[in-house]
Design a binder for this molecule. Structure first.
Ligand code: FMN
Length: 249
């Protein structure tokens, strides 16, 4: 099998030129991305395109003013959306039963796959993209700016533009680290050490450890990048918001 080298060469882009991405290109890419698989072909998503400077400025704080959010020509907020489908059910004599975790999670899967399909199409056409995970941190603020109705929950945002220079490629674990044959082969201490050793020995990793005053790379993740306290605070904000949008989670 020959796999297109795009897949092993791709990388996230966080710096963009001033060049525009046209509405017609975005529309065409979204239309193609809509051929992604979805739960029962229900297509439980919507995407809000933000190009207007005032709207982008209103969204930036919710994205902690990350450079990719501020520098991108366009922000696309991908939302799990049962609003459209429930309305269709209700005006068609069908009783919807989607106010639960299972349904919400299906919509999140549909939305995520759709977003990634869009990202692949954009990247293959020479554009740069960066996911903004901050969407799940500050969903209520984003929902307010984008005027999302009930049953619509922002899942992720893609910053889009023309790449400014070459982005650096990030390393990956070896495929054997993630691939299990027939059953899950749990990791020994030695497996874990050997799986993460190449990552830990990189110069940039050693730099992260030193500049954060940590002993190990894992501590950079647990203590600096994704500390428990933050995870808990943002979990509560997101869960409360999801429930306010009519999904029991
Ligand atoms: C769900 C998700 C959220 C992400 N959030 C951010 C983000 O908030 N800011 C950012 O700069 N990159 C973000 N990224 C990009 C990752 O940092 C990036 O994919 C990862 O480091 C691997 O790098 P690569 O995509 O260049 O291979 C996110 C990626 C995903 C899939």
């Amino acid at each position: 099998m020959e796999i297109d080298s795009y897949f092993s060469q791709r990388r996230t882009v966080r710096s963009f030129t001033d060049a525009e991405v046209s509405d017609s290109d975005i529309r065409a890419m979204l239309e193609a991305a809509m051929h992604a698989p979805t739960t029962g072909n229900m297509q439980l998503y919507s995407v809000i395109i933000t190009r207007d400077d005032e709207k982008k400025k209103a969204l930036w704080p919710a994205h902690f003013s990350q450079p990719a959010a501020v520098g991108a020509k366009v922000l696309l907020t991908f939302c799990a959306d049962f609003n459209r489908f429930v309305k269709w059910c209700e005006q068609s004599g069908a009783v919807p039963g989607f106010d639960n975790f299972q349904s919400f999670f299906s919509a999140v899967l549909d939305t995520t796959i759709f977003a990634q399909q869009f990202v692949t199409i954009a990247e293959r056409n020479g554009l740069g993209t960066c996911y903004l995970g901050t969407t799940t941190y500050n969903a209520p603020d984003i929902a307010r700016v984008l005027e999302l109705p009930v049953r619509v929950v922002p899942v992720t945002t893609v910053a889009l533009g023309v790449p400014d220079g070459d982005a650096v490629q990030s390393p990956r674990l070896p495929v054997d680290a993630v691939m299990h044959v027939e059953k899950y082969n749990d990791y020994t201490r030695e497996d874990i050490a050997s799986v993460y050793a190449p990552l830990e020995s990189r110069e940039d990793s050693r730099g992260f450890i030193a500049e954060n005053g940590k002993q190990t790379l894992a501590q950079v993740f647990t203590d600096v990048r994704y500390p428990k306290g933050n995870n808990e605070v943002f979990s509560k904000i997101y869960r409360d918001f999801i429930e306010s949008q009519c999904f029991e989670v």
